[in-house]
Ligand binder design. Structure first.
Ligand SMILES: NC(=O)c1ccc[n+]([C@@H]2O[C@H](COP(=O)([O-])OP(=O)(O)OC[C@H]3O[C@@H](n4cnc5c(N)ncnc54)[C@H](OP(=O)(O)O)[C@@H]3O)[C@@H](O)[C@H]2O)c1
Length: 261
């Protein structure tokens, strides 16, 4: 097993990519803190699945837009384990609107959750990783380098997370902590459904046609890359962004539409 005896926190692990990653880490031998914001029953179910795999699971609720809750989460980890090997900053949410309709509270909430929280969390993680080969993993996305409709607010925050990934990697390298990001393409989760609304089916079909691997991705396919980044297999990799998109970003819409692949 690749993560035997490791202690891991995955934020937003009640569903989607976070849930898949928590389960993949547990299958590789890690104990988990399952974090959620609203869906306690979902989080408890994931914890039960982790326990069924023979690993330890703790469930913790935290509103990660609040610095007090972020601190409470890491205080809790200090109390139960006193250390941490793997931290995956996965939780995200945003209003999907054109930039012209974005209000100050949308900016504040998204930047608090994604940017401020990542800085605060990593500050709290470092002492817990003291003397261990720590792994920090963040999630960025397609929208950082390509403009997606109604995605500007969250994409700009993700761009900051990507930059922070490199800065944290440089700062934490001497402590033997690696910091890397995963950039998923289109992955079939609840957030994709929320973002696409009644256009989901039409959008998925267009993605399938534009993706060299000819399908939408699954949460477990992102989770497998997270296992690589969390394990010793990636020990000399830091400050990098790994794209997991079936090749979607390799193609250019109009050319493929007219000439095929
Ligand atoms: N799905 C994709 O196609 C895709 C593409 C690119 C990047 N990503 C990135 O991958 C990550 C996971 O995506 P996903 O699709 O799995 O997301 P998801 O299904 O929407 O799950 C989001 C998770 O974050 C938690 N969360 C949201 N707001 C929170 C807050 N304010 N405080 C604490 N927890 C909060 C949610 O908890 P509750 O359920 O309890 O509210 C949930 O567990 C995100 O960073 C996302 O931006 C996804």
């Amino acid at each position: 097993m690749l993560l035997e005896g490791k202690k891991a926190l995955v934020t937003g692990s009640s569903r989607g990519i976070g849930r898949a990653t928590a389960l993949a880490f547990a299958r590789e031998g890690a104990d988990l803190v399952i974090h959620y914001r609203r869906q306690q029953a979902d989080a408890e179910r994931v914890a039960d699945e982790v326990r069924a795999l023979g690993r330890e699971a703790h469930v913790f609720k935290a509103e990660l837009e609040s610095a007090d809750d972020v601190n409470a989460l890491f205080d809790h980890i200090g109390d139960i384990w006193g250390s941490l090997d793997i931290f995956m900053a996965n939780a995200a949410a945003s209003a999907f609107k054109p930039l012209l309709e974005i209000q100050p509270h949308h900016i504040d909430r998204t930047y608090q959750l994604l940017v401020a929280n990542f800085i605060l969390s990593a500050q709290r993680v470092v002492p817990l990783m003291e003397g261990r080969t720590g792994r920090i993993i963040t999630l960025t996305g397609h929208g950082v380098h390509y403009t997606l409709p109604r995605y500007g607010n969250i994409a700009s925050a993700k761009a900051a997370v990507e930059t922070l990934t490199r800065y944290w990697a440089a700062e934490l390298g001497p402590r033997q902590i690696t910091v890397n990001a995963i950039a998923p393409g289109v992955i079939g989760t609840e957030s994709e459904q929320f973002y696409m609304g009644d256009k989901l089916e039409q959008f998925d079909q267009a993605c399938i046609e534009a993706t060299p691997l000819r399908r939408v991705g699954r949460a477990d396919e992102v989770a497998d890359v997270a296992v690589f980044l969390a394990s010793a297999l990636s020990r000399f990799v830091t400050g990098q962004v790994l794209t997991v998109d079936g090749g979607l970003t390799l193609t250019s819409g109009p050319f493929q539409q007219v000439f095929g692949q």
